[in-house]
Design a binder for this molecule. Sequence first.
Ligand code: SF4
Length: 364
Amino acid sequence: MQSAQVPLPPHIANLTDLEAHAVVTSAKAKLGSSVVVLGHHYQQDDVIAHADFTGDSLKLARIARDSTAENIIFCGVHFMAEAADMLTGGKRFVSLPDLGAGCDMADMAEVRDVQDSWNDALKAGAQDIIPVTYINSSAALKAFVGKNGGIICTSSNAKAVIQWALENGSHVFFFPDQHLGRNVAKGMGLDVSSDMLLWDPKKPLGGNDKATLLAKKIWLWKGHCPVHALFSVHQVKKIREAAPETTIIVHPECAMEIVDISDMWGSTDFIIKTIEAAAAGSKWAVGTEKRLVERLAKQHPDKTITSLNPFTCLCSTMNRISLHNLAWVLEGLAERGERYNQISVDQVTAQNSNLALGRMFDLS
Ligand code: SF4
């Protein structure tokens, strides 16, 4: 869990938005190539306006890894900044402009619960378990996975990663998002009933008996994204009734029942590229985070792009990174050489995590 964010000092907190934009622009100009600002697709427009690179977690992890900038300002959530620090060997200053920007899904797989579950599975006689964690997980869980011969995935490469894990072991223990694991494994031809089980960390053996455990190939940790949980089958049906010409496209963090009846599903990158390539005049209902859907609608005024959920589906933790937080971090760095909100992962954790991250980069 991350620490609490300190209140912003008055000389930053009292700026108007216009003034805050000017502070960011001037600080970036002064810092030049010594700083790079990375912005995840779910960030606010005022923050994205200053990002040198935008992308999903895989793209931003690659950019962080390959960057030569001394300072990486990561406008995303905590696990992404941790990954940037680990991938740069702790040799760069990585800052998360608001320390409260965590990920509720990542918090659903505490490494001590994972370790207890792992021990239970071994005691039950399971062998050749390959742990796989979605990149939306703590550095501690990534390190556990790396140490135990496993691998990281993102929503873009989950199919190749699960395939690799199936080829290398008898069971794939998938953390923390049950939906991504289930949707992708089902898309690969595995059967939800006969090949997969749900692992509830609050119950002995995840709520399964020994025979079931040993028989199933894919063990899905009971975690989910609270933002993507706000989409429903009912919303899909309503859009089909009201505007049947609309194409429904959703992210695999949505529940299987929604993915199954949507027209298309895939990673954030897939959603963006599909809509970019779509014909003018086409209509889209998108099942993913609100900021991204709103930005797509602005970028493609020739298409009708709405959220599958007419009410808010905002990631409140991503939303914590404000223009003013960004101004605070950059102004401190540019004017006084002060470093705020550094995200730093200890060396052993980073080494083990990098084993799992390296296996992922080798595959994708
Ligand atoms: S959208 Fe969901 S998975 Fe992504 S950062 Fe927010 S809580 Fe985590």
